[in-house]
Design a protein around this ligand. Structure first.
Ligand code: SF4
Ligand code: SF4
Length: 97
């Protein structure tokens, strides 16, 4: 559970967010059928560093994720990638995006 996020991301997003274990290795992006380079490495760092506007700018990417879990299966750190994406979608929806 993240406690590092300082900016105005909603607490309900922070409460379940699991990305601190990410080692930025890129295995997840290599196995993503969409070839989405921003998911999850850079995107999760945006959240951890409280870069809300950068997260908002990736709304389309966040909603394009198939939630297929291919990335999770290749993640050596066991990051709950799809759950993080679901939490971000909830946050964006609550913002009316
Ligand atoms: S869950 Fe999303 S980010 Fe992960 S491999 Fe599938 S489409 Fe890509
Ligand atoms: S595979 Fe896991 S540890 Fe590696 S960049 Fe992706 S989320 Fe982070």
């Amino acid at each position: 559970m993240s406690t590092l996020i300082a900016a105005p991301l909603d607490m309900t997003v922070r409460d379940g967010f699991d990305a601190e274990a990410c080692m930025n290795c890129g295995f997840c992006s290599a196995t993503c059928p969409l070839g989405v380079p921003i998911l999850p490495r850079r995107l999760f760092r945006y959240v951890l560093f409280g870069m809300d506007d950068a997260v908002r700018a990736e709304t389309e990417t966040i909603f394009s994720c198939l939630l297929c879990r291919s990335c999770e299966q290749s993640c050596p750190a066991g990051v709950h990638i799809t759950e993080n994406v679901r939490l971000l979608r909830g946050w964006l929806l609550r913002e009316g995006r």
